[in-house]
Ligand binder design. Structure first.
Ligand code: BES
Ligand code: MN
Ligand code: ZN
Length: 501
């Protein structure tokens, strides 16, 4: 997707395949829209009336070749209240515009958004969201379709400015567009990896993708530890999950060096279970296919690293991915088995389906070796988190309130939101085992909290946060597919860390 910024004083005279013009509620027109309306003898006001166009975000009408207008089409999009709408409304307006544009066959589109206000957000935020939604709106899954949908595609999006701005503002706006594009591309990478079936997207495939990302990029290093190496490190918890599989587990490490040589890195740790059958504690059959998405935490680490390598912030970031399958077989771990983690803590595996925490706990111990500024793990960890928060919010748990508020703020700004959940000691009791230091499940109550409590035991003395993305990482039903979350939250967090130092 080509993204650019252009001063367009006379939008009616601007040639393009589609001119996108906002219309407020009650038929009020922003300046650019009013100017075009005047040129075409009030066709816009007439259409708004005759179609009972409400101007609500998420609504649009298309005008074909209106007389006096150079554009081949005009797409009128609902922009909400003239005084300003909330960030969610702005995003709804823009993403709807991109779905509507898909049906028009336009190859390029010009958005005239100068007079549209978003409550609590500036024009830079709007430009970034435009770049992001243009890019994510262009994603289509085609990899395993023998006949992908043909047809022309939107490949150019222009943010039109009604009047010239200072060079400084123009530069900042262009940067915001590009930033949005880079985050959107990172999200698309995360979505593609999530959507790929588990017979293609294996742990080794994830490793090859990480290597490909690092190839030819001097600021990004990649190393992959095989099972032999993880055994030497004492990662008995991770190895217990992969015990029943044919596909070898991979511990993938990406190191982005953008900061000072010895500056403590931010470490992202992703759960990469490429298929979670439950193991010997086999899952029921319904919707089991969706367990190919159980590597979305890992995919979000790759997507974020991809956005970061494009945006080149001045900080160090390490991405660690624990990748394996969870399968039943004669060599699989049994319920009741006791395994020893890299941290030396013994774990009673009461349920082999609570595998995410087993691979993550060893990855967290490995992460501590970097003496990080913060460790954030991202995991499709519990069905209980979906029950608690649904798909709109990721669950956030942290042993550090400052880190928690930074992540919440990043999520709000990116509109990739998280909601903080408790991590009180009181819940730790549920993890008592008679046969090991800790059990891997905590009984029926507060499943997402006890999972986080389990992880917290491996992040002692670290500034650590855990994002449970079981609900936010993919959509189900007709729109089944990975969402690319929480790449927006993570990238925004990392960029704000770079701005601080
Ligand atoms: N990957 C699942 C969590 C999950 C389930 C995410 C459904 C999204 C939708 C995880 O490995 C798992 O199986 N968790 C169990 C834990 C239980 C055995 C304590 C769960 O949530 O049922
Ligand atoms: Mn599981
Ligand atoms: Zn899982």
């Amino acid at each position: 997707m080509h993204l650019s910024l252009k001063t367009i004083a006379d939008p009616a005279a601007h040639r393009c395949s589609c001119l996108v013009l906002p219309v407020f509620e009650e038929g009020k027109l922003p300046l650019a829209t009013a100017a075009v309306n005047k040129v075409c003898n009030g066709r816009i006001t007439k259409l708004v009336k005759s179609e009972h166009f409400s101007g609500a975000p998420g609504k649009s009408v298309l005008l074909h070749a209106p007389a006096g207008v150079a554009a081949e089409r005009v797409l009128l999009i609902g922009a909400g209240k003239a005084q300003g709408s909330d960030p969610g409304g702005f995003r709804k307006m823009i993403s709807h515009a991109f779905s509507a544009l898909k049906t028009t066959g336009s190859s390029d589109a010009v958005f005239m958004l100068s007079d549209v206000d978003t409550i609590g957000r500036d024009a830079l935020w709007q430009a970034q969201q435009l770049g992001l939604l243009a890019t994510t709106g262009d994603y289509r899954y085609t990899r395993t379709l023998s006949r992908p949908e043909p047809g022309p595609r939107l490949n150019r999006v222009v943010a039109g400015l009604s009047k010239p701005c200072s060079a400084k503002v123009t530069r900042a706006m262009a940067r915001a567009l590009v930033e949005g594009g880079a985050i959107g591309a990172g999200m698309n990478m995360t979505r593609e990896l999530g959507n790929l079936p588990a017979n293609i997207c294996t742990p080794s495939y994830l490793a090859s993708q990480a290597r490909a990302l690092a190839r030819g990029n001097a600021a990004l290093g990649c190393k992959v530890l095989d099972e032999k190496k993880t055994k030497e490190l004492g990662m008995g918890a991770l190895l217990s999950v992969t015990a029943g599989t044919r596909e070898p587990a991979q511990l993938i490490v990406l190191e982005y060096r953008g900061g000072a040589r010895h500056a403590a890195p931010q470490v992202l740790v992703g759960k990469g279970v490429t298929f979670d059958s439950g193991g010997i504690s086999l899952k029921p059959g319904a919707a089991m296919d969706e367990m190919k998405f159980d590597m979305c935490g890992a995919a979000s680490v790759l997507g974020t690293m991809s956005a970061i390598t494009r945006l080149k912030p001045r900080l160090n970031v390490v991405g660690i991915i624990a990748a394996c399958e969870n399968m039943p077989s004669g060599s699989a771990t049994r319920p009741g088995d006791v395994v020893r983690s890299m941290a030396g803590i013994t774990i009673e595996v009461l349920n082999t389906d609570a595998e995410g925490r087993l691979i993550l706990c060893d990855a967290l111990s490995y992460a501590a070796r970097y003496k990080p500024a913060a460790i954030i793990d991202i995991a499709t960890l519990t069905g209980a988190c979906v029950v608690a928060l649904g798909k709109h919010a990721s669950g956030l748990f942290s042993n550090d309130e400052e880190l928690a508020s930074e992540l919440l703020a990043a999520g709000n700004l990116a509109h990739d939101r998280a909601w903080q959940m408790p991590l009180w000691d009181d819940y730790q009791e549920q993890l008592k085992s008679n046969f090991a230091d800790v059990a891997n499940i905590g009984g029926p109550g507060a499943g997402s909290v006890t999972a986080a409590c389990f992880l917290s035991r491996f992040a002692k003395n670290q500034r650590w946060a855990h994002l449970d993305i079981a609900g936010s990482a993919w959509d189900n039903g007709a729109a089944k597919g990975a969402t690319g979350r929480p790449v927006g939250l993570l990238t925004r967090y990392l960029l704000s860390q770079a701005a601080r130092s």
